[in-house]
Design a binder for this molecule. Structure first.
Ligand code: HPA
Length: 261
C-alpha cells in the first residue's frame, strides 16, 4: 500500500472526478492514462458494487491534468458514511482543489426522463447519518449553504448552453440504500422538494466542504422512482441505462475542459 501522492510521482491535477454506477466509460475520454488499482493505494476501499471499477486514473482531458476515481465506496457497503474520507484527503494532499461527483439516480420529476442528466444544485440528507459524526474538532460544523459551488455551476451551465447539451437542475435526496425506495417514499421525496433520489454523493460533498474542496455534482437519471411507472427497479437497469446519460455528461465535461477549465 502506497500513498497516492508518492504513486503519482509529481503528477498534479487541480480537478478530480468521481464516477458513479455504470459511468466508467467516461474514462475513455482521458488521454495519457496511468491506471492504479485501489488495492495499491493507502486508504482507498475497493467497491464491491458491480459497475464500479475500483481504479484511480491519472491523465489529461484537452491537455489539462485530471484524476478520476472510477468507483467509490458507499455507505451501504460498509455502514460507514465516512468511507470516502481517506481517498478525498489523499486527493487534497496530492493537490486537488475541486471535486466533480457523478452518480446514477432515480427521477421523481416526471419532466426528467431516464437518459437525462441533472446538475445537483442542493441536496437533502435523508440517510439519518453524516460522515462527520465523531469528528472531534469544531471544523465539523460545516456550513452547507453553498455546498455546490456557485461558480462551477455557472460554468457548467454556460458550457452546456454553448454546446447545446441539455442539463436539468435539481435537488438530490440521499437515501442510505441498498434497497430502492418504496412508492410511498418516492411520493414523500417529491413533496419534500427532491427531483432525484440516490445512494451516494452527499457524504462526499459534505467531506469535500469539510476539507475545503469546491464541489460540483451530476446525476445521470437511469429510471423513474419506484411506483411512478409500475416497473420493478433493478441494478441491472441502472447499469444498462447509465451509459446513455453518461455520454451526455462526458460531452459536457470534455467541453468544459476544452473551454479552459
Ligand atoms: N433510487 C436510488 N438510487 C438509484 C435509483 C433509484 O431509483 N436509480 C439509480 N440509483
Amino acid at each position: 500500500m502506497t500513498k497516492l501522492k508518492s504513486v503519482l510521482d509529481g503528477f498534479v491535477a487541480e480537478t478530480a472526478l468521481v464516477l458513479g454506477s455504470g459511468l466508467g466509460s467516461l474514462v475513455e475520454r482521458i488521454e495519457n492514462q496511468q491506471r492504479y488499482s485501489y488495492e495499491e493505494l493507502d486508504g482507498f476501499l475497493m467497491s464491491g458494487v458491480s459497475g464500479h471499477a475500483g481504479e484511480l486514473v491519472a491523465g489529461t482531458i484537452a491537455g489539462t491534468n485530471v484524476l478520476i476515481l472510477s468507483g467509490r465506496a458507499h455507505y451501504y457497503e460498509h455502514g460507514d458514511a465516512a468511507a470516502m474520507r481517506a481517498p478525498l484527503e489523499a486527493l487534497k494532499t496530492a493537490g486537488v482543489k475541486r471535486l466533480i461527483l457523478t452518480n446514477s439516480a432515480g427521477s421523481v420529476n416526471k419532466d426528467m426522463a431516464p437518459g437525462s442528466v441533472m446538475q445537483i444544485k442542493d441536496h437533502i440528507n435523508f440517510s439519518g447519518t453524516n460522515p462527520l459524526i465523531g469528528e472531534p474538532s469544531d471544523d465539523r460544523f460545516v456550513g452547507m449553504t453553498s455546498a455546490y459551488d456557485k461558480q462551477l455551476r455557472k460554468t457548467f451551465r454556460r458550457i452546456a448552453e454553448q454546446n447545446d447539451i441539455e442539463i436539468h437542475r435539481g435537488v438530490y435526496m440521499w437515501f442510505s440504500g441498498p434497497t430502492f425506495e418504496t412508492p410511498a417514499e418516492i411520493k414523500m421525496a417529491k413533496r419534500m422538494g427532491a427531483d432525484a433520489v440516490g445512494m451516494s454523493t452527499v457524504p462526499e460533498v459534505i467531506l469535500a466542504r469539510f476539507l475545503g474542496l469546491d464541489a460540483a455534482a451530476f446525476s445521470v437519471i437511469t429510471n423513474f422512482g419506484a411506483g411512478m411507472t409500475g416497473d420493478e427497479l433493478s441494478h441491472t437497469e441502472t447499469k444498462e441505462m447509465a451509459p446513455k446519460g453518461g455520454e451526455v455528461l462526458g460531452r459536457l465535461i470534455e467541453a468544459t475542459f476544452k473551454a479552459g477549465f
